[in-house]
Write a protein of this length. Sequence first.
Length: 471
Amino acid sequence: MDLNGLTLTAVKKGLLKKDFSSVELVKSCLSQIDKFDSQINSFITVCQETAIKQAELSDEEIKNGNDLPLLGVPIAVKDLFLTKDVRTTAASNVLKDYIPQYDATVVEKLKDAGAVIVGKLNCDAWAHGSSGENSDFGPTKNPWNKEYIPGGSSSGSAAALASGMCIASTGTDTGGSIRLPASFCNVVGLKPTYGKVSRYGIVAMASSLDSIGHFTKTVEDNALFLNVTAGKDILDATTPDIKVPDYTKNIKNGLRGIKIGIPKEYATKKEGIDENILRVFGDSLKQFESLGAKIIEISLPHTEYAIACYYIIQPAEVSSNLARYDGIRYGNTRQNFGKEAKRRIMLGTYTLSSGYYDAYYKKAMKVRTLIKKDFEDAFNKVDAMITPVSPTLPWKLGEKINDPLKMYLSDIFTVTANLAGIPGLSVPAGFINGFPVGIQILGKHFSEELLYRIGYAYEQETKFYEQKPNL
């Protein structure tokens, strides 16, 4: 049995039944890393010794009857998450030698739940990118075709999971950085409601847009993971004091009576949108109808301004957040910033400068409010929305690296959720020419429970998640 290929749900059952041990499971994942990560480049740091020690302790806990939610489960962590005594680089040479003195809140919650941290995952440096090519530690490759990108910025998180190198992984989503790689790698990725999961101890990209999510092999696995990571954190003032439900409780309730909106701005033929993507999207809508959902066309009229709005607000916040990395307090000097970081610092500083703040940043914030209102109005008519994740299939490594504008446009379907602060769940929806394609399910604030219910019904009917890359 390839233990590393199991779902989180199957792993939990197998560990409790003593079908296998945590040590066997962790060694299976480490073996997969050893065999294939030289080709994929999904890990920056592998915690082999500490992972095996933690697995041994987990097995003792299991023998003693302990039943923590993630006890003995191998989890990999995007290298933006601070990990005590384990190097955290943000995939940038600025922090290549940085050893944190404390854990991010999410990492602390994972450890408290019994998870075994097997390593730190590659990403676009500072999370700046849609492809995984902007890492100072080399690009991550798509396990479905190693000549192509896996999506970014959480490239290593999706690629490692799709390759069976861990049972689940963490990620961050500022403009699509979980949903895009989830779609390109045939895994499930959640961008939760803004503030649903604490940002404390995670290297910030754009603070009003960053959402802390995760990748799993199935929708039910994803719900189990959110049960652990969600909730109020006194160290992050943006986390609301709202009770965290059991996200698995109503997951099997079906879609009868659910109204699903299709934004006409996302689902019509336009320049730059692959017709095959729209075909797969159309097939998924038929599937939802057959499951009892009601499909309703809606409009999000300010969608056309979303990319322009996002690429004013996000670089402005990037320039502010990266100002602390001056080589004095921690990290190496600013000469170590890569091209993309420098580009975003300059863009952001320009839009915030005297004489340009009102013309650009202030205007973009007003447009952001209109985009948020579009979603609020739409959710008065429907329970959730379905849209494509990406306008195209994955592209070849190096194809867009010298054309940042073309790269930025890959986020066209995803940035609106971050601007509005709503949750989005990417689930596998099929294949085109051997490449995975995902759809995203969007809901009103704090509607993750409903998104899981919709995603689960679709996943159980289609079972695209069962297909694995041939490494």
